[in-house]
Write a protein that binds this ligand. Sequence first.
Ligand SMILES: CC(C)(COP(=O)(O)OP(=O)(O)OC[C@H]1O[C@@H](n2cnc3c(N)ncnc32)[C@H](O)[C@@H]1OP(=O)(O)O)[C@@H](O)C(=O)NCCC(=O)NCCS
Length: 186
Amino acid sequence: MTSEGYDSAMLRVLYQEQERELAMSKHSTKQEDITVYNPAMTEIQPGAKIGSGSKIGSFTLIHSRAVIGKNCTIGSHCNICDDVVLGDNVSIQTGCHITRGVTIGECTFVGPNVTTMNNKYIEHPAREEEIPPKIGSRVRIGGGSCLLPGIVIGDDVLIGSGSVVTRDISSGSTAYGNPAKCKSQS
Ligand SMILES: CC(C)(COP(=O)(O)OP(=O)(O)OC[C@H]1O[C@@H](n2cnc3c(N)ncnc32)[C@H](O)[C@@H]1OP(=O)(O)O)[C@@H](O)C(=O)NCCC(=O)NCCS
């Protein structure tokens, strides 16, 4: 990665931090107006913000600094990490791992077993090297897809199932494959 690319990636992280702060201020911490299907088998850590009308499946873990919008659905066996920000009406299907700092715009659908990645060269431990993916609004992500660190998916994108997204995908595109290639543009 060029030094120029690294700089822009770091700026993106700072921007995402600002988005997270904004989202934190918008949502209440009320827990009574959400549905947790199986509270004994779901962990919502203290401090997590979950918008009204949202539903959480079994065996799911919502970390303490996650921010979830209104009317979201989080399926079973999901891991929603710290600093994740989900817009309103987001649907995350069963078995998704959404890594620290990922932002997802409103009305986006994330199919089953989608995984995001934050750390390109898997340094451990190296939190400061993490560059989470950013996903736009009204995006549909096919099941089993893998989103690599720092990629940006624009609005109104369709990602085919089983895709490995290694590069940014511009708004309005349909992309799929390994690596995911843009097949059409609206
Ligand atoms: C991406 C998608 C929308 C494409 O649908 P489509 O435009 O009707 O495309 P087609 O089925 O006509 O396939 C066109 C070509 O792309 C290939 N293709 C389609 N989807 C693909 C995918 N996800 N990965 C790799 N190749 C794919 C087909 O094999 C076909 O190749 P060919 O022309 O060599 O035979 C669809 O295949 C898909 O992946 N949908 C996501 C389903 C999903 O995960 N839903 C989650 C909720 S259950």
